[in-house]
Design a protein around this ligand. Structure first.
Ligand SMILES: [Zn+2]
Length: 419
């Protein structure tokens, strides 16, 4: 619904950061701040999306940004002028010795209409062909540098439609004079923040007593606080900034995000294990399972902790529930795993005197103890799969917080759904 003299505009930006400096979130904030300085402009909502983690041309975390703004119809030309001059300033800032840093492909697009949501779903679950994406964006205002790669993320961020379970992230940026120095925010303060603000999440990795809100790169971000409401991340931020031991930020903004949504996976599948686990390079493990009339390779990384530990306990015949992400080679990188039912594990023959195993005397012969000569019918001993020492949530295991992707929904926020 548009007010007659108000126009809604969707803006998307991606791929402006370089390996050494900059961050698309800060660049986008610069743009939106200069828009807010003009009269007649109102920011409706900022959005931050994380896309397919295996994309070749991805930036850190493969995030992209968008915003919905509203402006008076007579301000549209000043809007368009501002965007053009912003983009040419961006070009200048990326120029080193007369050449644009070839590792970035900035894209800035805007549209006066909502764009098709499919452009989001494609980019969060699979590889997107850039020429196909350009075709789908015909008629939409685009500015690009170097190549058109940035269009994929920028358009996906614009196409994303938040829903009730979407999360929020408040990003606070550093004073420019602090960039490159150590961030002043201890893990004990983050722990206290989490206790005082229970609607925020994935702030720490309790298994490593490590804070997760501050990046470890020289980028301008001071920290990002994730939570289930915009109010919760704002309160947590205000509490942090009121603490004298926490570095003061220069500015901050709240984004609606697809993080922790599981949008990149389609719910969990159920399979039967076909092979024993195989250890591959770097202590990763893999095995084959049934999948849609064929088979599939499931991979658990060493860093996956309990997911890796549970995968190694599996044997053929076990029924499992799993969630994961299909990698370009077709194997599934597991994100969560649960045993639905397990076959009995053979532990060996019965034991008799001196802890010695009873032996078979031959085909169709009973088992015999070599010390006391006692005989029993031939049989094996079995036990159930041992799930002790795994951190189970309704039977599920997941990697520790520092090893999870930003897209994955933590088990503490609810159980995965079956597809
Ligand atoms: Zn015996």
């Amino acid at each position: 619904m548009q007010n007659s003299d108000k126009t809604k505009i969707w803006i998307g930006l991606d791929d402006t950061d370089t390996a050494d400096y900059g961050c698309t979130t800060a660049t986008f904030d610069n743009l939106l701040n200069s828009l807010s300085d003009l009269s007649g402009f109102q920011i409706i909502e900022r959005r931050l999306v994380r896309l397919w983690p295996f994309a070749e041309r991805r930036t850190r975390g493969n995030g992209a940004l968008s915003c919905i703004i509203e402006c008076s119809s007579k301000s549209i030309s000043s809007f368009e002028n501002l965007l053009s001059s912003f983009f040419s300033d961006l070009e200048d800032s990326l120029r080193i010795d007369g050449k644009i840093d070839s590792l970035t492909s900035p894209a800035l697009i805007y549209s006066f209409e909502e764009i098709n949501e499919d452009l989001y779903w494609e980019a969060v679950r699979q590889k997107v062909d850039v020429s196909d994406r350009i075709k789908k964006l015909s008629g939409i205002n685009k500015m690009t540098l170097n190549s058109d790669w940035g269009l994929i993320g920028a358009s996906a961020a614009m196409a994303w439609k938040p829903h009730e379970e979407s999360t929020w992230e408040l990003i606070a940026w550093r004073h420019p004079s602090n960039i490159g120095t150590k961030r002043e925010i201890s893990s004990s303060i983050v722990k206290e923040m989490e206790i005082k603000h229970p609607e925020t999440f994935v702030n720490r990795d309790p298994t490593q007593e490590k804070g997760l809100i501050a990046p470890r790169t020289p980028c301008p971000v001071l920290y990002g606080i994730r939570g289930s409401t915009s109010q919760s991340v704002l309160s947590a931020h205000e509490w942090l900034q009121s603490n004298k031991d926490v570095e003061k930020c220069q500015r901050f903004a709240i984004h609606r995000t697809n993080q922790l949504s599981d949008d990149h996976i389609r719910g969990f599948s159920t399979s039967t294990v076909l092979t024993n686990p195989k250890e591959t390079k770097g202590a990763h493990s893999s095995l084959e399972v049934t999948f849609r009339g064929g088979s599939k390779t499931l991979v658990a990384f060493k860093e996956g902790g309990d997911v890796n530990r549970l995968l190694r306990k599996l044997i053929p015949g076990d029924r499992i529930n799993w969630l994961g992400l299909e990698s370009p080679d077709g194997s599934i990188h597991l994100e969560r795993l649960r045993v639905e039912s397990s076959v009995p594990r053979v532990t060996g023959r019965p034991i008799c005197c001196n802890n010695k195993t009873m032996r078979s005397a031959g085909v169709n012969q009973p088992l015999r103890c070599v010390s006391c000569q006692r005989q029993v019918d031939k049989h094996w001993l079995f036990e159930d799969i041992n799930l002790n020492n795994l951190a189970l949530t309704n039977g599920w295991v997941e990697p520790s917080p520092s090893q999870r992707r930003h897209l994955s929904r933590p088990l503490s926020l609810g159980e995965p759904i079956r597809i």
